[in-house]
Design a protein around this ligand. Sequence first.
Ligand SMILES: Nc1nc2c(c(=O)[nH]1)N[C@H]1C(S)=C(S)[C@@H](COP(=O)(O)O)O[C@H]1N2
Ligand SMILES: [Mo]
Length: 429
Amino acid sequence: MTDERMLDEEHYFQTRGSDLLAEAQRRGISRRALIGAAAAGLPLLAGSGRWALPAARADTPPAAPAGPIFKPLPPEWFTIIGTNAEMRWDSVAGQPYKTANERFFVRNHTSTPLIDASTWRLSVFGSGLHGSPGIDQARTFSYSDLRRLPSKEITAFVECAGNGRSFFATQQGTPAPGSQWKLGAVGVATWRGVPLSTVLKSAGLDRSRAVDVMPQGLDSTVVTAGVDTGHVRRPLPIEKALKDALLVYQMNGETLPPDHGYPVRLLVPGWVGVANIKWLGQIEVADQPLFSPWNTTQYRLIGPAYPPDSPPLTNQAVKSAFELPFPATFPSGVRQVLTGRSWSGQGSIKRVDISADGGATWQRARIGGPVLPNSWVRWKVAWTPPAPGSYELLARATDSTGQTQPATVPFNNLGYLFWAIVKHPVTVT
Ligand SMILES: Nc1nc2c(c(=O)[nH]1)N[C@H]1C(S)=C(S)[C@@H](COP(=O)(O)O)O[C@H]1N2
Ligand SMILES: [Mo]
């Protein structure tokens, strides 16, 4: 629900401030600890009982660990995978085009921080700006600065690069480490915010020198195998940054929820999920290429089938999912209308074909609008389950660039971009 009064700064800070306090009380954190943390510029970390406060500063210990995700995660909507929540595709049947904020999947490297927008600042600095300001001389933007700039809406998915990873194991016999997602690490929303180009220009972008842009999150640093790899951050080229990246503060007309990056996240339309840095705190603009673990050792296609210098991942691939339980069960001989969605990070979806006989015959699905780039289409097809037994339903989409989902994809060690046709198991009784 859009609350226009929230555009009024004072109203906004009052409302959000009391929301934050109410939530903190629910979690057993004292008002004093919360305000102290905000004043000290510390992110309050929700979940796991891990608060970014020295223990001595909280006068009551945190309540029982609430988990790394802030919002409720009803089991009918979500499957929990570590610090993440996967959207259940059977919960999507009958839902509107856009994924409701409450139902949107969450991918957290650590846990959702609670950030106070009134003290939050975005720092922009680096050798790609006029005068090459260092982080100490960063150009800063407050939340209200951003809200005053001209804004724009983009409807697009956010999808994890690892979405579908579990099928490397179950369909191709080559398991990949990492969250064993089925197809629910994706959602579509309308994102409102300020074009990144506007903020970079206002920060003094030197277009003749800028090469790469590195957004970084305010959530806890990520410790992998005992090594602290720092805050979540991943560079993108200045071309993409200026083309359509958005500094998002609203999701589907509501204030961006804590789990999705409140107060501000980046949206990089069509690109791998990790490009969409949540809880944005700083952006470096450099006159040379930038690197982080998220574009070097991770989020590249690494493995025997790929060249050693394969580039960092950019656009998501073409995928399809049935809005059915996994596995699904149907009675024999009763006509069904199967529904699902297909999407591509390289264009829009042109056609979708369905097979119920292992790919021997295909039936064209009926596509419903809207048909948008970097987003999904909804489709349906009629199917009358034959004699009792085990079957597999296949959905195969083709996008506007002519790419069609293949039967298999060459394995990569970290299990990214599984875009082969998924065999959806069905039992007919
Ligand atoms: N700061 C920060 N940004 C982040 C992440 C994170 O852990 N920390 N996870 C990334 C990954 S891997 C994905 S897939 C998307 C998920 O966005 P969502 O949780 O809003 O669905 O956020 C990205 N942005
Ligand atoms: Mo991701």
